[in-house]
Design a binder for this molecule. Sequence first.
Ligand code: ASP
Ligand code: MG
Length: 587
Amino acid sequence: MALVVQKFGGTSVADPQKILAAARKAVARHAAGDRVVVVVSAMGHQTDHLVDLARQITPRPSAREMDMLLSTGEQVSVALFAMATQSLGVEAVSLTGAQIGIRTDSTHTKARIRSISTDHTRKLLDSGAIVIAAGFQGIDQHGNITTLGRGGSDTTAVALAAVLGADLCEIYTDVDGVYTTDPRVLPEARRLPSISYDEMLELASLGAGVMHPRSIEFAKKFGVPVLVRSSFRDVPGTLIVAADRATPRPASGVALAKDEARITIEGVPDQPGSSHALFSRLAASGIAVDMIVQNVGQHGRADISFTVPADDREQALELSAAVARALHAAAVSHDADLAKVSVVGVGMAREQGVAGRMFSALAAEGINVRMITTSEIKISVLVDKTDGPAAVRAVHRAFALDRETVDDLSGGPTASLGRSSPLDVVNRLEGMEDLAIEDCILDASQALVTFIDLPDTPGVAADVFEEVGRAHLFVDMIVQSHPTGGRAELSFTVPAADRDRATTVARKIAAARGGTVADVPHVAKLSITGVGIRSHAGVADRLFKPLADEGINIDLVSTSEVRLNVVVAADQGERSLAVLRQAFGLG
Ligand code: ASP
Ligand code: MG
């Protein structure tokens, strides 16, 4: 007998017929002998409608009253869903977030779950009833109703599955599953049979948009298998699971973030504390920084670039200008109208030539790459906004994502696969949604190769990484800074044993293309991994501060959803590791 959580989104319960159809799915599960918890969103566009009502009263409704209002949408749908279930002959009980015991913090309209009690729900399940839980809502310590942020019912569902020890969380929605890219951008996008939590995390916040990213954080932390499937079509869907259960592909998906703005502080004195000064200011203002790229720096000065959603540009620019003045930096530059294209795949670290394939595809389309940053499972590039869709198409094709993927799950995704073990870090968390830093490790085995003054023209990165691929070099980190004065700086790391070969390759390209090459035989790379690195503001700042306090200079930075990497001088590696482990409570 399995325990299954089924979540139905707004479109799946948009009218009484759809509610009855959804209830039949729950009843069928129940009839098969499983224990069933259903989580429901508000009907159709009810939440939008409520937001609109509030706006007609006042342009600035208080957040507490907004939550009081918005939570009614789900209260309506759970009651109707319970009635529907009962009409099909099965006992059902609807519960609000407060009745279940979903405790959140008091951040109205974007509260985070702190704890969930399971007693009441378990008793009802033991009695044979189907429990119908309101998504998206909870209660704070003072008894105020809170909501989790738009789209938050997914998070309720996976969090409930986590605490109840459910074997599977099914997300019923209006799409068939998770696609290799947004099918509205690219009709040849394909449904993925399975994908890992980390890939999904990188894709979700990159604009893949199928699920509330915080729900995937829960799934990963607690090892809950999540199946995304259509409410309306009987197709297999996509199973989101731990990396060791998903198929390792060099690329699983390509994501497009359409509205990015880039800000660069040029000529920052290359000394400890500069990054900290900048990112602590931004974090204090609640600005979520996305890509961060710091180049190696020449003549004692470095450029620090970062991207923010276009909406935050003005504010980020003001703060950056103030920080630049305080640091005696040379200038601040910026541009809007950029798009970020990212390719994600858990198998990419094990394959050579992945970067080459991506950059060649972009070069063949004449697309200029403005900035590059990588993580173990992701390569992101910044391009002109107008190049975004063409870039997605080119990269999607380069990785053959438009071709048939084989359904590779034995027994099909609906088979009960059971849970993976939760991450150790879960035991150390006070609140369920607190930032969870899993580990900080030091890799002292790499060398750094840097191109200085590379011309900023389409195809340069392709030249470099095609050559690197032909030489069968394993590239780890890649960072290309925002070009200044028509010249870019491009760095990558390789195993120290391959340094000579890498430098030879680099010199050859520099001879043909212009620019010079510098290399460092040994560098120290520190990687911090965890869950919530980007969804919690200020993590980058927490990384930079202890290093600044110790007087450790950062040479390169790259960031992603699940990992932060910094490169420092080889002789600073051990000390950096020690201060970072301490700063993140890793003992
Ligand atoms: N009803 C809420 C919303 O529309 C929550 C959800 O649908 O997940 O955002
Ligand atoms: Mg929704």
